[in-house]
Design a binder for this molecule. Structure first.
Ligand code: HEM
Length: 532
């Protein structure tokens, strides 16, 4: 009996030795395959990207992914292999082929599935199945018609005007300093709370709901990083668990409170006869429009989980990019005083009173305002990095290259929006590039527009695009009509690039973002003075 132990240990050590050799052999073989024999082997990129997806995970963790995409395209050209099975493109033709056409033989990648699953199911944003997504999109479309947006406009203006009242200095001089990033987050949250849920969250004015607004970016950053884990599918079921609350801390607890708040709003609408009760029947918020709606074509009706998830999705998808573009526009305007002066003069000469600032011909005539928004959208972009699409059965051709089923392809907004082939002096904030002139003919602007996709494109493009534009136009027009704006003396450069901040972050006139689907950002610190 005693003599059995040495035999057992000898067998075990042999087993471990064979196992280790086999594992090393497998890894070496996999590396050789990925570098030399993989169908994407001929595409350029750093060796580390070809070997594994870990560099992408690291870039997502540090928030520098968009910068690496740009630098990699500058170094390796229009097609870069950014992971063993993933290609990034940087051409308008690829942009259109992958996202722009209804017939593109792709679907959203599994990567999306991590984002709003904590609310219970997949939303229109994270649904990867093309048929199920088409049904959701049709179901949601009545909430985003011109009439629906017009009906909500007084609410938008009311919240913007209250925002302006809160910032108004008490004296005739310059008021208190404020962080444009934080204030934009609160305003975006209040706007979407009102538009999606019909709630008056008042986080601009009061502290009560600010934790909910402030949790969005840190939670998104954590989810973004987790979504790149090779084992993300194992993590997803725990995203609403206490385990995840411990890992994510306060932002995740607050995010769960936000999900619960949305669920309560859904339940309030679903309870018996809520549709006809006073207080609900006349409501025009997006959730009320969707609760009892169905997809006319398939007859699909949303479950309460669908409504929970979609209301959270609309809150987050609507609030954060708006806030990002708003604080970015403020940054670029205070850093470019000529542009600030021009846009302010245009708004003040177009409208005799703030009551006149509504959608319509006069607002549309503010071409410089629109150009400032376009240029801010170009510099900031809605989603910074490569948004993955997976090639479906039958494969597809992009830029004359054929790719088989399962290849992951995409374009990174930050990279294409700063591609010098399409945008001259891409790091210059220049609203003028969007305005036709003898030196800038409409054909040149059309050419640029083909590389411009701040709201995404095609069937998976942003359903809230028109609403987003309207909110941005109304906010900047009301705000600049009422106030002179400047960056605070002594607080200059908050949010800007500087030497030593990291690779690609040295430009002092660039608003810095740390990639987390949208961008984590800060500043600028500004102050206002009443103009009248
Ligand atoms: C400045 C404002 C906004 C920007 C820059 C923006 C940007 C984007 C982008 C780039 C996408 C595509 C993302 C991808 O393919 O992964 C997207 C999708 C989406 N956005 Fe927006 N968005 C804005 C405002 C809004 C608003 C106000 C709403 C509505 C409440 C909204 C709801 C959505 C939804 C539901 C999707 C998913 C669409 C689908 O896959 O069918 N967005 N947005």
């Amino acid at each position: 009996m005693l003599s059995a132990f040495p035999i057992f240990y000898s067998a075990l050590s042999h087993l471990i030795a064979y196992g280790t050799v086999t594992l090393i052999g497998y890894i070496v073989a996999l590396c050789v395959y990925r570098v030399f024999f993989h169908p994407l082997a001929k595409y350029p990129g750093p060796l580390s990207y070809k070997l594994s997806g870990w560099p992408l995970l690291w870039q997502a963790y540090t928030g520098d992914r968009h910068i690496w995409h740009l630098l990699d395209h500058e170094r390796y050209g229009p097609i870069v292999r950014i992971a063993p099975n993933t290609l990034s493109f940087n051409t308008t033709t690829a942009l259109n082929a992958i996202y722009g056409t209804r017939t593109a033989n792709v679907k959203k990648g599994e990567w999306y599935k991590t984002f709003d699953i904590a609310a219970g199911t997949y939303s229109s944003f994270t649904e990867t199945d093309r048929e199920k997504h088409a049904i959701k999109r049709r179901w949601m479309s009545p909430a985003f018609t011109t009439e629906s947006i017009k009906a909500n406009e007084p609410l938008i203006i009311d919240i913007i005007e209250r925002f302006c009242e809160t910032l108004k200095p008490n004296s005739g001089g310059w008021g208190d300093k404020w962080n444009a990033h934080l204030v934009s987050v609160y305003l975006g949250f209040d706007l979407m709370g009102a538009l999606v849920l019909g709630s008056d969250l008042r986080s601009v004015q009061e502290k009560d709901n600010r934790d909910l607004a402030e949790c969005v970016l840190p939670t998104q950053k954590l989810l973004y990083w987790l979504s790149y884990l090779p084992v993300a599918f194992l993590v997803r079921p725990f995203l609403r668990s206490q385990w995840f609350e411990v890992l994510g801390g306060k932002p995740v607890r607050d995010s769960n409170r936000l999900i619960d708040y949305g669920k309560d709003q859904v339940q309030a609408r679903l309870t018996s006869n809520a549709r006809n009760e006073t207080g609900f029947k006349d409501r025009i918020d997006l959730l009320s429009k969707l609760t009892f709606n169905e997809d006319k074509k398939s007859g699909w009706r949303p479950s309460s989980l669908d409504l929970d998830t979609e209301s959270l999705n609309m809150m987050l998808a609507g609030a954060d990019p708006y806030s990002q573009v708003l604080s970015g526009a403020i940054f670029y305007l205070v850093h470019n005083p000529n542009c600030l002066e021009k846009v302010t003069a245009e708004i003040r000469s177009t409208f005799a009173s703030s009551q006149e600032i509504v959608s319509g011909a006069k607002l549309n005539s503010c071409t410089y305002l629109y150009a400032c928004i376009e240029e801010s959208l170009r510099r900031l972009t809605g989603v910074l990095s490569h948004v993955p699409r997976v090639v479906l059965s039958g494969g597809m051709t992009i830029d004359s290259h054929f790719f088989s089923e399962g290849t992951v392809v995409g374009v990174a907004q930050y990279a294409i929006h700063h591609n010098a082939d399409y945008f001259t002096e891409p790091f210059k904030f220049s609203p003028e590039r969007w305005i036709p002139s003898p030196t800038n003919p409409p054909s040149a602007i059309d050419e640029m527009r083909r590389a411009f996709e701040p709201f995404g494109l095609g069937v998976r493009g942003c359903i809230g695009k028109n609403l987003g534009y309207l909110q941005l136009k109304l906010t900047l027009a009301h705000f600049l009509w009422r106030f002179d704006l400047r960056e605070c003396e002594g607080e200059k450069g908050v949010g800007a690039g500087r030497k030593g901040l990291g690779i690609g972050r040295e430009r002092e006139d660039e608003y810095q973002m740390w990639d987390a689907l949208g961008g984590v950002r800060d500043g600028p610190i500004v102050e206002v003075k009443s103009a009248r």
